[in-house]
Design a protein around this ligand. Structure first.
Ligand code: HEC
Ligand code: HEC
Length: 331
């Protein structure tokens, strides 16, 4: 008798919640969050090193005119971006590209929109030394930091040696690797909580992976294939082709991850798309047809209901991130 009740209950439960096909379940698992942050063998994690990197990240003494920090353009309040179309530099001039988020870069394979840096350590030299950004040679940064007793002590404690260029890069890169987007409603759904996201968002997830073709490039838990594509945006920037001279890479840029995307407007390497509606309008059009445009880009017919579903899905990727506290800087 009891068994029969359980059997009937299972049958009902299956009808009401069990509509998920094995295919959908397998698809969801492709987006499962990783359990740990990967750190490279030649720059392993330590809490003190990450804390030192955080101080350097938020220290204006890394910029020539004491007027910028890394957070000027990678602001935690704005999804680690800066909220403007293209970044504003050291003497208020506009830079050519949009500041990308620093979230989830521990899983990155190349850095910058065109992938010209192979590691985070190598990347950091770029903004510090660029004349239009912080405009300081790393040698000068070492000199400045050496005048600060608190930094001399910190570097000794973390690296067992005095301040040098390599250690500065290692400390900042370690801090950057700790910047991981928080658990989002989407993650709870992947983990089996059916009520974590709406039916509209679930339909959006299926469109994202199906008819809308987004997962052709935005794949895996951070929604990027780490590859370079020309998606047919209006731009003069040669992108990846500047680095590889490969004609297939003309106007190709690194696929951005989509975590916390709601906090990161405007969008694209040049900030061309003011909001998500503009992004979706671009994908519906398929972008400018030209020889370098990715074969995955073509016009997609999506009606208003489907667009709303896609937007509802992407909104479930905004994590519940903890507020970031500012470090007390050494003097
Ligand atoms: C003036 C604004 C500005 C400042 C200051 C700045 N950045 Fe950036 N950052 C940018 C822009 C713009 C890009 C993209 C440039 C490109 O791709 O050519 C970028 C790219 C990056 C990337 C690559 C991200 C990716 O997805 O590949 C990292 C990492 C980064 N910056 C870290 C830092 C760190 C660390 C500092 C401080 C030492 C810093 N930035 C200072 C504007 C800035
Ligand atoms: C051919 C690969 C490809 C496909 C397909 C694709 N994307 Fe993208 N996506 C990219 C690349 C590359 C960029 C950056 C382009 C640039 O700035 O020039 C991007 C940018 C974005 C951005 C802006 C992210 C940011 O940080 O600025 C969003 C949002 C986005 N895509 C969503 C989607 C959605 C939704 C779909 C499906 C309708 C989709 N993408 C299909 C490769 C792709």
């Amino acid at each position: 008798m009891n068994l029969l009740v359980v059997f009937i209950w299972l049958l009902i439960a299956n009808v009401s919640y069990g509509e998920e096909s094995p295919q959908l379940q397998a698809l969801k698992q492709q987006y499962k969050r990783p359990d740990f942050i990967p750190f490279p063998a030649d720059n392993p994690y330590s809490a003190d090193k990450a804390q030192l990197g955080k101080m350097l990240f938020f220290d204006q003494r890394l910029s020539r005119h004491f007027n910028m920090t890394c957070a000027t353009c990678h602001n935690p309040s704005l999804g680690w971006e800066d909220g403007v179309a293209t970044a504003v530099g050291d003497i208020n001039e506009s830079l050519a590209r949009h500041s990308p988020t620093l979230l989830n870069l521990a899983w990155g394979e190349t850095f910058f929109w065109d992938g010209r840096a192979a590691t985070l350590e190598e990347q950091i030299r770029g903004p510090v030394e660029a004349e239009v950004e912080m405009n300081m040679s790393l040698a000068e940064v070492v000199q400045r930091l050496n005048k600060v007793a608190g930094y001399r002590e910190q570097f000794q404690k973390v690296f067992g040696e005095s301040i040098n260029e390599t250690n500065i890069l290692k400390a900042i890169a370690t801090y950057e690797r700790t910047l991981v987007s928080g658990t989002a409603p989407f993650d709870r759904w992947v983990d089996g909580d059916e009520g974590a996201i709406s039916a509209q968002a679930k339909a959006g997830f299926e469109l994202f992976n199906g008819k809308a073709g987004c997962s052709g490039c935005h794949t895996g838990w951070n929604f990027t294939d780490n590859q370079f594509h020309d998606i047919g945006l209006a731009t003069d920037d040669l992108g990846r082709a500047n680095i590889t001279a490969d004609p297939d890479h003309i106007h190709a840029f690194k696929t951005p991850g989509l975590r916390n995307i709601g906090q990161r407007m405007p969008y694209m390497h040049n900030g061309l798309s003011a909001n998500m509606d503009a992004v979706l309008a671009h994908y519906i059009s398929g972008g400018i047809p030209r020889t370098s445009r990715s074969a995955l880009m073509k016009p997609v017919l999506l009606n208003q209901q489907e667009l709303d579903q896609l937007k509802a899905f992407m909104a479930t990727l905004d994590g519940e991130d903890k507020p970031v506290s500012l470090p007390i800087l050494p003097i």
